[in-house]
Structures are given as C-alpha cells and as structure tokens.
Design a binder for this molecule. Structure first.
Ligand code: AMP
Ligand code: GLY
Length: 443
C-alpha cells in the first residue's frame, strides 16, 4: 500500500517509522527540509512547502497514493485533506472544517459551550480593547491571552508568567488586535487554570475514539520551566499510561472530553477523522481543556509511537473506514523520555546552519532512538535550521531508566552550538510536579 506522509519534522519521522514498521506499506513523503531520517525510509520524496496543496495532491496522484497522513496543522488549514479526497485519496487526518478545533480557538470554545462539554474554562473573544480590559480586570489578571489562529505554539501570554499588570496585559491585547496575530483582529481571553499540564492523544474515526498513553510536554525553554514558550523541549510518559501526578479517573475524564468533542463535531456535520490531541490542565476541579489540536503532538508523537504495538497502517485504515470500534490498539507497558536538541538561541533568536555530529550507531548502542526534525543533510553532514533539530528517546520500564538511556543517547550528539533541557524526565522536576498538585489540593 502506497502511503504519503506530509511533513518533515521529528513528529513526522516518528510517523514514518511507524508506517515503515507496517507489513505492506510503501512510504512517500512531502516535506520542506531534507530530513535525513525520513529520506532513508521513503521510497521517494517531494521537497516542497507543506502548505503547497496543489503540488502535493498532484504528486500523490502521480505516485498512485492510497492513503495520506498529515503531520502539521498548517497543511490541514490549507485544505489538503479536502483536496486529496476530491482526488479519491483518503487521509487519516481531518478536513479543513474538522481541523477548526485547532485552527480557530473561538470555534473550539463555542463548540464546547454549545454542546456543554465538561472541562471548560471561562473564555470570551474580543475585538474591542475596552471590553477586553474589563474582562481582564474582572479576573484580576488571572487570564491567558490568545490569538485565535495558528502561531506555532508561541502566541499565548499568561498572567503572572508573561505580564504582571494591566498595562502589560493590554500591551499584548493591542498587539494581537492591531497586527491581527493569528489571522484575525480578535483576541481570546480565558480564565487562567492552575495545576499540572498533560496531553492525551486519541485515534478517531469520526465516531469512536481510542485514547493513547498520556504524556507530559515541557513548553518552556529553560530548566525548571523558565523562559519563553517553545514548540516543546521534550516529554515523558509512564509505563501504566498515567503520569506521576495523575489518577486513572483523571485520565478517563480527559479521554471522555475528547470523545465528546468528536461526537459534537459529528453532530455539526464535520466528522473528525485522524489523531486528535487534547492538552489539559489537571486542576483541583479535574482536567480543564487548554487546547485541542488536530494532529499528533510534537514531541508527544515520539513517546506514544515508540510504544505502539498495533500495526499503525491498520489503525489508519480503520480510522478512514469508520471501523475503529472493531479494533484493539495496544501499547507497550513501558515508560518513555524524549529530549529535543535545539540550536543555540532557539526560542529567542536561533543560530542557523549549525553543524551537528550524530554518531547514530553509538546512539543505537546506548539503546536510544533518534528522530530527526528540522535539519538538512549536505555532503553527509547534518545542519540545523532555526527550529528544533532532533529528538532522542529512551524507552524502559521506569521513567528513571528511560531518562538514563535518553541521556546516554544524547551524549553521542555533538555540536558547539546546541541546547538541551536536561532536566526533563529527571527525578527533581517530576517531584516538583507532584508537590505542586499536592499543595493545590492542600495536602
Ligand atoms: P497553548 O499554545 O494554547 O498550548 O498555550 C501555551 C501554554 O500557555 C500552555 O502550555 C499553558 O502552559 C499556558 N496556558 C494556555 N492557556 C492557559 C490557561 N487558560 N491557563 C493557564 N495556562 C494556560
Ligand atoms: N507539544 C505541543 C504541540 O504539539 O502543540
């Protein structure tokens, strides 16, 4: 079966590895950088911008692709799934209409309100700065200010973290409104939730959802969760599919929210097919929805796909055919730790075209696995772009052991100009998270 994966990041490298493990899949890829991991796995690739829908659809037709999997939300927003469908090529990813759950935060909040989905935070959108100011003052600055559209995970400003007075908050509100950050001269302001964040991803065929192990991402650039928000610096998961601060009922509550969102989208006439991603804050009142994404998370894809035992293409076929209720999806009962290697200055002003030496054999000998991200291969050497360069993943029975394996792998990735958040998956940071939840619960 000829399968096309769109996207050239580490998430897509993980997707491509899962496709390549499938018995009868032949892999094709469309990406904007020459990801060496993907190039090696693919029978053929097209080098193009991931939003160049007509070029990618033409390529898919020419190569007689039978199934497409879309990595990045930007391609979904550009309508790639709709156009592939018109050409008779099914995709295990959402249409432009269903992807609105990520590409339009106002749409998502309205959907939750209309269908009375639990896990809601108080939220309103504004185009009038005076009304926005009233809302922020009423909430005592305890708000998150969000552009409505896509900003690569870097558009959110949270009270107490990114601003500490009304001038700071209004400065950002006015910036979003006057520059139409995220595509519209409108801003979403949401009640701030206190707790610990976690991710649950699920496969969806439009009716049934099958949730995957939960993962905790680390958005902040610097150790101890300091510095600006990034696309995600690394992530971990625990052998039982839960997290050290999370109970089974918290997990089930969040998974039910995802199922309800999928049911609501079906009611609205835009059934959601593909992987759906929920980012939650575990609060003293249970999980609250921070964000819903229309794709695998990056880095979270590396955690769950490293554990997936069921044939991924079989799952994709069931999503497309609407037969997920007949499927059993199983994951290894192991823990994972994933850490990203980024170019120096990432998150502020990245150095570009930095040479990285990767001893792939030594990484494999350490028991770790590499997922290449936004790098290019030239003359047998790996060079960074301005984005995250590559991720290393360790898998073991416990988070501690997986972290050690991940670090042993990372020791074989060398450059004068790279940065890694070494604290991810470490005992100290995990204990801090457990303490945070305990203190919020008054324990
Ligand atoms: P997002 O791009 O929506 O994932 O937001 C980036 C980060 O901002 C999240 O990972 C959270 O840490 C934080 N954040 C977003 N919304 C809220 C909220 N309502 N309350 C507290 N923190 C939030
Ligand atoms: N890890 C966050 C995201 O993929 O949006």
């Amino acid at each position: 079966m000829k399968v096309l994966v769109v996207g050239g990041g580490a998430r897509e490298h993980a997707i491509c590895k899962a496709v390549a493990r499938s018995k009868d899949a032949e892999l094709y890829c469309a990406m904007k950088n020459l990801n060496p991991g993907i190039v090696r796995l693919a029978k053929n690739h097209l080098l193009t911008n991931e939003t160049d829908v007509s070029k990618i659809v033409d390529y898919a037709k020419k190569k007689s692709i039978c199934l497409a999997i879309i990595g990045p939300e930007s391609a979904e927003e550009a309508g790639i799934v709709d156009e592939l469908k018109k050409a008779g090529i099914p995709a295990a990813s959402p249409t432009k209409g269903a992807a609105l759950i990520e590409t339009d935060k106002e749409f998502m909040r309205k959907l939750m309100k209309k269908h009375k989905i639990s896990g809601r935070l108080g939220a309103e959108s504004f185009s009038d700065p005076a009304k926005a100011r009233e809302f922020i003052e009423k909430n005592d600055l305890n708000v998150a200010i969000k552009p409505l559209g896509l900003t690569g995970g870097k558009g959110v400003r949270v009270g107490g973290d990114h601003f500490t007075d009304i001038e700071g908050a209004m400065g950002y509100v006015n910036e979003v409104l006057s520059n139409s950050i995220g595509g519209k001269s409108k801003v979403l302001i949401e009640e701030k939730a206190a707790g610990e964040e976690f991710t649950i991803q699920a496969f969806s065929d439009g009716k049934t959802t099958l949730p995957m192990p939960s993962v905790q991402d680390h958005k902040r650039l610097l150790p101890g969760d300091n510095g600006p928000n990034t696309g995600g610096m690394g992530s971990y998961s625990q052998a039982d599919g839960l997290l050290p601060f999370m109970s089974k009922s918290d997990y089930e509550e969040a998974a039910t929210i995802i199922q309800t969102i999928v049911e609501s989208l079906a009611d609205e006439g835009t059934p959601y097919v593909g992987t759906i991603y929920g980012q939650f804050m575990l609060t003293t009142n249970g999980p609250k929805v921070i964000e819903i994404n229309a794709r695998f998370g990056d880095p979270e894809a590396m955690n769950v796909l490293s554990l997936l035992e069921t044939d991924y293409i079989e799952i994709c076929k069931a999503m497309v055919e609407g037969t997920l209720h007949e499927k059993n999806v199983s994951f290894k009962k192991q823990a994972t730790v994933c850490k990203y290697v980024v170019p120096e200055g990432y998150g502020v002003k990245s150095m570009e075209d930095v040479l990285i030496e990767v001893d792939e054999k030594a990484v494999a000998d350490a028991g770790a696995e590499i997922f290449y991200a936004s790098v290019n291969e030239r003359g047998g050497q790996i060079y960074t772009t301005s984005s995250r360069a590559l991720a290393v993943v360790g898998v073991a029975d416990t988070i501690d052991e997986a972290e050690v394996i991940c670090e042993k792998g990372l020791a074989n990735v060398k450059s004068e100009h790279i940065f890694i958040r070494h604290d991810i998956g470490g005992k100290e940071l995990i204990q801090k998270r457990i303490n945070n939840i305990n203190s919020l619960r008054g324990n």
